[in-house]
Ligand binder design. Structure first.
Ligand SMILES: Cc1ncc(COP(=O)(O)O)c(C=O)c1O
Length: 388
């Protein structure tokens, strides 16, 4: 109910605290399937200090506009692109919608029945984007390691195909599609190619540096035309913080629209949202500047060490299966005998915040920084008890 008379701030805060007791906190380590984590403290300070700033009115907030350009520039640099065209977004969903909007608009003269080819391991935001944009999806098969099959992508291309989407760091298993091979197909068919690296962008470059896997997934692949990257996942930024980077201005232009009542740099916008938080962009900038590549490398190294512990614990229990040896800090856990739903229900009763992935049907564990070694041990101790 919306009361006529207001109540004191103290009572409001205490009521709120009471209700929020129901929330799971990252500090507890219990959200083991989350791609977000406790934001970096410097980012929180910046977020709170500059909360009023609006990235929908960058002509008013010119300093914020400069910082947004620098965030896009830093992310593009991480992804191997020197002169980027892009924008920050509210996250991976908005970035995928924008990528597919750019496909559709770029091919406006080519077809009235646009189709996008996407391997079936893609995030559900691709389905949402297709639904919103009136695009038909052609889902292509994956191999036994749940990676896109390039041949399947090529076979799914029709005269109405307007673009290809693939993933570097899949939601369910952290798998990386063969971006070079898909890029070559995109180029041969003169199609734009979007790489959804919402999760992987802040992990894969550091795996390479750490000698934990040499995956080519970025703008070094000439067929790649856009990449999405979410600082609010492994970038430690407060929500909302996403980004889409285009190689060519012509693709960004297709999603840029005039805003008739605003002036200066706000007179054209490339995002879905108009009024949107600039403080989370400033916060992302501060964290990226503060941590530098070396800070993220250390973070990825820690998460991968903890992932190896999780893998050992999974292998130690014959009632558990791993459909894929993790490529990055994401695991899918299956069970040999006990039904997955039953295990998940029992784990939830013990306070874990769980998720079941549909493909392959597994319990998802994302080894974010809040999922520490002691959390992993507690988690597998509970699983061991339930599975005996
Ligand atoms: C690969 C991938 N893309 C896109 C998204 C959507 O991101 P968001 O929840 O920030 O919209 C996710 C979320 O888990 C993801 O894993």
């Amino acid at each position: 109910m919306f009361e006529e008379k207001g109540i004191s701030a103290d009572v409001v805060l205490s009521d709120l605290r009471g209700v929020l007791q129901e929330d799971c906190t990252y500090e507890s380590g219990r959200p083991v399937a989350s791609m977000s984590t406790t934001p970096h403290q410097l980012g929180v300070r910046v977020l709170v200090e500059y909360l009023e700033k609006n990235a929908g009115r960058l002509h008013t907030f010119q300093g914020s506009a400069q910082i947004e350009r620098e965030v896009v520039g830093m992310i593009a640099d991480l992804l191997g692109l020197e002169n980027p065209h892009g924008t920050t977004t509210s996250g991976g969903t908005e970035s995928n919608i924008l990528a597919m909007l750019s496909f559709r608009e770029y091919a406006k003269r080519k077809t009235d029945s646009p189709e996008v080819v996407v391997p079936k391991n893609a995030h559900s935001s691709v389905d949402k984007a297709a639904w919103l944009l009136g695009i038909k999806l052609r889902k292509s098969p994956v191999d036994k390691e749940f990676k896109a099959l390039p041949g399947g992508i090529e076979r799914a291309i029709t005269k109405d195909t307007v673009g290809i989407v693939a993933t570097a760091g899949t939601t369910y298993l952290g798998q990386i599609d063969p971006i070079e091979k898909i890029g070559a197909i995109a180029e041969a068919h003169e199609l734009p190619f979007h790489v959804d690296a919402a999760f992987g962008a802040f992990v894969i470059p550091f795996l390479r540096d750490l000698g934990l896997g040499n995956f080519t997934f970025d703008f070094s692949v000439s067929g790649v035309t856009s990449i999405s990257a979410d600082p609010h996942k492994m970038g430690l930024a407060p929500i909302p913080s996403g980004c889409i980077v285009f190689r060519n201005k012509k693709h960004l232009d297709t999603i840029t629209l005039k805003v008739p009542y605003l002036g200066g740099i706000s007179a054209k916008q490339s995002t879905i949202l108009a009024t949107r938080s600039a403080s989370s962009i400033l916060s992302t900038w501060a964290i990226m500047k503060h941590l530098g590549r070396s800070g993220y490398r250390t973070l990825v190294s820690q998460c991968m060490k903890t992932t190896r512990l999780a893998v050992e614990r999974a292998h130690a229990n014959p009632e558990l299966t791993l459909p894929l040896e993790p490529v990055m800090n994401i695991l899918g856990l299956g069970t040999t005998n006990m039904p997955l739903d039953h295990v998940v229900d029992r784990m939830e009763e013990r306070g874990w915040s769980m998720a079941i992935s549909p493909f392959p049907r597994t319990m998802r564990v994302v080894v974010m920084p809040h999922v520490t070694e002691s959390v992993v041990n507690e988690f597998f101790n509970d699983l061991d008890k339930i599975l005996t």
